[in-house]
Design a protein. Structure first.
Length: 166
C-alpha cells in the first residue's frame, strides 16, 4: 500500500476513534500537519485550500478547534508567535525549541523521559500530569547566516563555544 494511502487510512482511524465524522477538511488538516508539523492556522488553511480547492477559512478554524478538543492535535503558543499545531501522539511527551531569529520550532525530547517530565517545588495540591516547556535560542541555520538575535559578537562566541565542546 502506498505511504500516502496508509497515512490517509491512519487518519480515518484516528477520526473514527474519537467519534468524529470523516470529512475532506478534517483529513486535509491532518495531512497538512503530517507534512508540516508546528504550522500556524494560516499556513494550514493555505495548504488545505491547495489540497481541496475550496474550503472556507472558518471551516479550517472549526476543524482545528475540534481536533484540538478531542486531543488529536496539540496547540502550542510560543510568545510573540501565532498558535501552532502538531499531531498529538499517544504517550508522546516532548517539549519545543523555538528560534528567536526565524521562529523555527523543533521537538525536544522530555527532560526526564516520562510525564510530567518536571516536578514543581510546590504543586499547591495539584496532581501534575504534564509540563510544557519551550526552550528559546537560535537555530543552526540562523547561526550559520549570522542572524542570531543579539550582536554578531555573541553569534561568534556561541558558534566558537559549540565547536570547542564538539
Amino acid at each position: 500500500m502506498p505511504a500516502k494511502q496508509h497515512l490517509r487510512d491512519h487518519h480515518v482511524e484516528l477520526l473514527r476513534g474519537v467519534q468524529l465524522r470523516v470529512t475532506g477538511p478534517r483529513l486535509a488538516v491532518l495531512a497538512e500537519l503530517a507534512d508540516h508539523p508546528h504550522a500556524d492556522a494560516e499556513t494550514i488553511r493555505a495548504g488545505v485550500h491547495e489540497r481541496l480547492g475550496t474550503v472556507s477559512t472558518q471551516a479550517v478554524y472549526d476543524v482545528l478547534r475540534a481536533l484540538t478538543a478531542t486531543g488529536l492535535l496539540r496547540r502550542i503558543e510560543p510568545e510573540g508567535s501565532p498558535g501552532r499545531y502538531e499531531l498529538a501522539h499517544e504517550d508522546d511527551n516532548h517539549h519545543h525549541a523555538v528560534c528567536r531569529s526565524c521562529g523555527a520550532v523543533e521537538d525536544v525530547p522530555c527532560a526526564v523521559g516520562h510525564a510530567p517530565c518536571l516536578t514543581p517545588s510546590d504543586d499547591h495540591g495539584f496532581v501534575i500530569e504534564t509540563a510544557e516547556v519551550i526552550y528559546w535560542g537560535t537555530c543552526q541555520a540562523c547561526l550559520a547566516e549570522g542572524s542570531h538575535v543579539g550582536t554578531q559578537e555573541s553569534t561568534r562566541e556561541v558558534t566558537a563555544s559549540k565547536k570547542e565542546n564538539a
